[in-house]
Design a protein around this ligand. Sequence first.
Ligand SMILES: [Zn+2]
Length: 84
Amino acid sequence: MAGTFGSCCTELTDAMSGEEFEPLITVGDDGVLYMSVGLVELEDEEPGMVDHPVFFCPFCGKGLQTPEEVREKTGDDDEDEGNA
Ligand SMILES: [Zn+2]
């Protein structure tokens, strides 16, 4: 479903597709929409961006994805759903 984000308002569309700046809101390879929330200093490495999944559009407030969807996409599943 990657590519569906940003359809809620032009503000988000512009924020995701900045041509004159590096967008801090991006869709990851896993199809999850992430927002960069800061820089982290790594020892002996370049500073890295700290990304966090975006659940609601920061501009218009529309729900974009749910924690359950993010968990499914990232495979970061701590809960046993019981489906084999
Ligand atoms: Zn929006």
